[in-house]
Write a protein of this length. Structure first.
Length: 259
């Protein structure tokens, strides 16, 4: 009640201070890091109340509030992209460290390295902390690469940062299979790739031809040449990502009428 009253009737010049103390009190008072105290709702209210105040965009307290709110979102990576597009915390090393760690946990090592590189180019502060985390990240990737080579000595020496994820071919040239009944091939990537049967003889594929059909060019995105290493581009997010569903939260009501 005291925090709610202070927020409602606050007339100072630093409303972020009230929300920061309110969040810390909720985390320390309720078990589970404030989860039992409905911390996600407090964070969402704080984000909405302080939304658009550019004087806090370079404030570590404001960035820390957004990152805690990201833990309540279904997809934290969307929130990091939103912060980058709005220039919120882009001068602080904590944004790039948290972003890269989330990508590393999902196995996206190349994207994580790009995030570190973006922070180093912007010279995010503290720069020495960002450089230290980047070196630790590179050391972890190197160890995993060495372990992979020990398990598979016959494999190539391509590092984890240079491995490109397989992409499904879309709008590519299709060739029919079969003599009597023409069937389109199935293209699978990732875990759906199956090994070919060595005992099965390979037959030439017949081109699928449609009679009396005018020829037209089909765009093939696989043939378009592009940069080998993608660059980090900020996306114009119109609004921050929505938090997780709150179907398990109870609505407020009289305490003496329930059983």
């Amino acid at each position: 009640r005291e925090f709610e009253a202070e927020i409602r009737f606050y007339s100072g010049d630093d409303p972020l201070d009230v929300w920061e103390r309110y969040i810390k009190w909720t985390e320390q008072t309720f078990p589970g890091g404030g989860k039992d105290g409905n911390l996600s709702a407090v964070l969402e209210r704080a984000v909405r109340a302080l939304h658009g105040q550019q004087r806090y965009y370079k404030d570590p307290r404001y960035l820390n509030l957004w990152l805690k709110f990201g833990d309540c979102c279904n997809e934290p990576l969307d929130l990091y992209s939103y912060l980058c597009s709005q220039e919120i915390g882009t001068t602080l090393a904590l944004l790039y460290i948290t972003w890269a760690e989330a990508l590393e946990a999902r196995g996206s090592f190349r994207k994580a390295d790009l995030i570190f590189q973006e922070g180093l180019q912007r010279k995010a502060e503290p720069l020495d902390k960002l450089q230290a985390h980047h070196k630790q990240f590179q050391a972890r990737v190197s160890r995993q690469t060495l372990l992979a080579l020990e398990e598979n000595p016959d494999g190539d020496n391509t590092g984890l940062l240079e491995i490109e994820e397989p992409q499904r071919s879309s709008l590519a040239d299709l060739k029919g299979r079969g003599k009597k009944k023409v069937r389109a091939p199935i293209s699978r990537v990732g875990d759906a790739v199956k090994a070919l049967n060595p005992n099965r003889s390979s037959q030439p594929q017949a081109s699928l031809q449609l009679p009396n059909t005018p020829n037209f060019a089909v765009f093939d995105e696989n043939s378009v040449s592009g940069p080998e290493i993608p660059t980090l581009t900020a996306q114009s997010w119109p609004a921050p990502p929505v938090p997780k569903a709150k179907e398990n939260e109870l609505s407020a009501g009289p305490w003496n009428s329930g059983r």
